[in-house]
Structure formats: C-alpha cells, structure tokens
Design a binder for this molecule. Sequence first.
Ligand SMILES: Nc1ncnc2c1ncn2[C@@H]1O[C@H](CO)[C@@H](O)[C@H]1OP(=O)(O)O
Ligand SMILES: [Mg+2]
Length: 283
Amino acid sequence: MSDPWQKAYDFAVEVARKAGAEIRKAGESEIRVMTKSSTVDLVTKTDERVEKIIIGALKAEFGEGTHDFIGEESVAKGEACILTDKPTWIIDPVDGTTNFVHGFPFVAVSIAFAVNKELEFGVIYSCLEDKMYKARKGKGAFCDDDPIQVSDVKDIHKSIIISEHGTDRSKEKVTKIFSTMQRILCIPVHGLRGSGTAATNMCLVASGAVEAFFEIGIHCWDIAAGAVIVKEAGGVLLDVDGGPFDLMSRRMVCANSDVIANRIIKEIEIFPSERDDIAIKKK
Ligand SMILES: Nc1ncnc2c1ncn2[C@@H]1O[C@H](CO)[C@@H](O)[C@H]1OP(=O)(O)O
Ligand SMILES: [Mg+2]
C-alpha cells in the first residue's frame, strides 16, 4: 500500500466542496442566527450544521472508532482536543464566521488530516471565491489544479504582511496587537492586510500574494490544513518566539522564507494564550 491516504484526500476535497455549497446556500435569515459565545466570537447555526455534515460524511466513509475528529464546534461543546497517533481529522466548518455573518466575502472550509501526530494533507475551500486549495505531504500545493508557490520576495521592505485583531477585546491584548502591527508597518513594509480567516490568510501566503501571516489566539482547526498548504508551497512555519511550530500552541508565523519570518518575529509582542490541548473544555 504505497499511497494509503489518497482516498481520504480525494474524499476531503469532495466533502469541502459540498460543505462550501451549503454555506453559500445558507439564507440571510440563517446567517444572522447566533447560537452562543461572546459579542465578538460569533457562531451561527450554519457553523454547527456544516460541521455535522462534514463529520457525518467522514464517519460514514471511514468508520466510527478508527478515526478521531477534532472540530471547532464539537470542542466548543466539550469534546477532547488532543492529537493522538490515531488518524485524526481537524475541521473548521466555517473559518471566518464574522465575515460570514456580515457578508464580507472571505469564508473557508478547512479540513486537515493527521496520522501519528503528523499532518498528511490539508484542504481549504474558499467557498465564496470558489477556490479549492489543497496539499499532500511531499506532493506540492495546488489551487484548483494549478500548482502554487510562495513569493520569492526576501526584502521585508517589499513585503505585504497579514495579521488579524483576534476576538479578545481586553485593552492589554488589543494594545499589544496594535503595537506589533505598528512596529511591522513602520519597518516599513508595503502593507498590512487581513482577510478575516486564518485559512484564507495561509492560502494567500502559499500562493504568493503576501509574504507572511502571523497570529496569536488562533486554534488548531484554523491553521492545520493551511500548515500543509504553506509548507508544500515552499513556505515556512514557526512559533512566534522563533521556535518550532506547534499546532496546539495557538500561535504561529507562516512565511515565504525564514528571512521574512524571523524579521517579523523580532517585532511581535507576545501575550499568553491557553493551549488547545490543555484539557477537555466545557463551555
Ligand atoms: N480567540 C481567537 N483569537 C484570534 N483568532 C481567532 C480566535 N478564535 C478564532 N480565531 C480565528 O482567527 C481568524 C481571525 O482572527 C479566523 O480564522 C477565526 O476563526 P473562526 O472564524 O473560525 O472563529
Ligand atoms: Mg476558524
């Protein structure tokens, strides 16, 4: 069996496409139905329904028990967020829920698959743009069927960098986030951007539209698929302190090169974030 995960990969692409169609179809009335959470960390009925569709399809195809599932909405409801050696699907049904609620046109379905704690493939369907990003370990990254590659810009002064504001509105964290952004902007760089979805941001790095994306506060389901796509497009992933990338740490820098990543890291003001795998969360 030389290629054991090909079927799972092809299936993930199809499931992501179906999930994206469901998101597009969701009517205005449904879009604005919030189901829980704070005033800024939004969840809609569509998030919950689409996650059920994705996990239901994967369980039907690959059998309950043999594979594990880490999904944004299941974890919010108290399921474990621990990566074991078992084949594990890591799913964000609607990445960019705030965009979705407001009709801001970047919303993605993100599906990753890990075995022995190593990411095997990632699929991100940017469903309003109708772009399917995908990558398998060692086999390159693609947008639809075209190979994609990170940008070759190594001069930070000629770069565009992406970051986001996160969901925490405490003055202390917001001050650090804006201070970091100011420091990076004033290096100076060509620009700062943010699409509102970590998955799409990573695809923008992978396809060479920007040189880097960093964030503290994101979760494993926001970045697992993107991590494979960026790496396979020739990019790098690091912790915000310059150490090795850790999927469960809730912080990440991804970039077209070590040079750009390390230049940004110099400016990042780190604030604490609780790990995803610290405990089984009950909300
Ligand atoms: N607490 C948090 N802090 C920062 N980003 C978060 C976050 N929770 C989720 N995100 C994700 O980060 C990106 C924007 O900051 C989005 O991909 C968003 O995903 P979501 O839409 O699935 O919640
Ligand atoms: Mg998300």
